[in-house]
Design a protein around this ligand. Structure first.
Ligand SMILES: Nc1ncnc2c1ncn2[C@@H]1O[C@H](COP(=O)(O)OP(=O)(O)OP(=O)(O)O)[C@@H](O)[C@H]1O
Ligand SMILES: [Mg+2]
Length: 278
C-alpha cells in the first residue's frame, strides 16, 4: 500500500494513486556517538519524506549533523536506529557491498573540498564513476566530454585539477557527480570554498543540471542564495530535523536567521539586510 505522503505542497491536489513516490524516506532515524562514557545524540528519531523532484536544503550550525545525515542517506554510514529508504530501496537492510553498488549507480556526490583525484586529468576524473559501474571506453569518454561541455570546461579535459581555479574544480566535480545519470545528487556545502560570484555560477549550474533535469538534489549549505531556490528547507537543531515554514513570498523562511535580517524576493535571490520579511 502506498503510504500517505506528508509532503503537503506536492500531494495536496493529487488523488492517492498519483502521489509522487518518495526519493528519500527516513523513519525514526537516529545516530548516536559514545564519547567519554556519554552518549551524544546527533540525530534522534528523525522522520522525513522527500518527494521525487524536490530540491531539499539542509541548514544547521557547524556540528549540528548535516554531513552525518548526508552520510546516512548515502549509506556510507549506518544509523544507530531507524531506517533509510532511497528510491524505494531499504538501504539500511543491504550489506555493505550492496550499499556500495547501490550508491555507485543511484547517487552522485559533490563536496565542499571538490575531492578530485589530483593524479588523474579532468576528463579521467569525470569518467571515474562510469568505470566504477563497469562502463568504460569510447562511450564513457564521450559522455564525460558531454558533461564537461555542459559545465563550460570542454577545453580543459586534459588538464590536471591543480591547474584549475576553485570554481572550475567544483564544476568538474558537478560533471563527475552527474556523468552516470544518478537519480539522487547529494551536495555537502558545495559552495563553501567559493567566493560569492563563483558560488552563484556553480549554484545556477547545479540547479539547471539537477532539478531542472528532473533529478533530486539534497544539499547541506550555509549559503543564503540556495535557500531561495529550494523547494523545501530543513533545519537540524538539537538532533531534530525541522521543516522551515514558507514566507509570504512562498519561499522557505528560515527561523534560524534572525527575523528582519533576510528578505527573499519573488525572483528567488536573497538579500541580507534590515529590510522587512516579505
Ligand atoms: N566518528 C565520530 N565520532 C564521534 N563524534 C562524531 C563522529 N563523526 C561526527 N561526530 C560528531 O557529530 C556531530 C555532527 O557532525 P557533522 O559533521 O554531521 O556536522 P555538520 O553539521 O556537517 O557540521 P559542519 O557544518 O561543520 O560541516 C559533530 O559534533 C561531530 O563531532
Ligand atoms: Mg558538514
Amino acid at each position: 500500500m502506498q503510504p500517505q505522503n506528508v509532503s503537503q505542497h506536492n500531494s495536496q491536489s493529487l488523488p492517492d494513486d498519483h502521489i509522487p513516490p518518495d526519493i528519500i524516506r527516513l523513519e525514526q532515524l537516529s545516530k548516536y556517538y559514545e564519547e567519554g562514557g556519554r552518549t551524544r545524540a546527533i540525530l534522534h528519531a528523525v522522520d522525513a519524506r522527500f518527494a521525487v523532484g524536490e530540491f531539499v536544503v539542509l541548514l544547521g550550525k557547524s556540528g549540528s549533523g548535516k554531513s552525518t545525515l548526508l552520510n546516512l542517506v548515502s549509506g556510507i554510514d549506518l544509523p544507530s536506529h531507524g531506517t533509510v529508504w532511497v528510491n524505494g530501496t531499504l538501504l539500511t537492510r543491504l550489506s555493505e557491498r550492496e550499499r556500495t553498488l547501490f550508491r555507485r549507480r543511484t547517487m552522485g556526490f559533490i563536496f565542499q573540498a571538490f575531492n578530485l583525484i589530483p593524479t588523474l586529468t579532468v576528463v579521467e576524473n569525470v569518467t571515474l564513476p562510469l568505470e566504477l559501474i563497469g562502463q568504460d571506453g569510447r562511450e564513457s569518454h564521450r559522455r564525460a566530454m558531454e558533461l564537461l561541455d555542459a559545465v563550460g570546461l570542454a577545453d580543459r579535459g586534459n588538464s590536471f585539477p591543480d591547474r584549475l581555479s576553485g570554481g572550475e574544480q567544483q564544476r568538474v566535480a558537478i560533471a563527475r557527480a552527474l556523468v552516470h545519470n544518478p537519480i539522487l545528487v547529494l551536495a555537502d556545502e558545495p559552495t563553501g570554498n567559493l567566493d560569492e560570484e563563483t558560488s552563484g555560477t556553480v549554484l545556477e549550474l547545479l540547479d539547471t543540471l539537477t532539478r531542472r533535469a528532473g533529478k533530486n538534489l539534497l544539499m547541506a549549505t550555509h549559503s543564503y542564495e540556495v535557500i531561495g531556490r529550494a523547494d523545501r528547507v530543513f533545519h537540524i537543531h538539537d538532533a531534530q530535523l525541522m521543516e522551515e515554514p514558507l514566507s509570504a513570498a512562498g519561499k522557505p523562511w528560515p527561523e534560524a536567521i534572525a527575523p528582519g535580517q533576510l528578505v527573499i524576493p519573488e525572483n528567488g535571490s536573497s538579500v541580507i539586510g534590515k529590510g522587512l520579511v516579505q
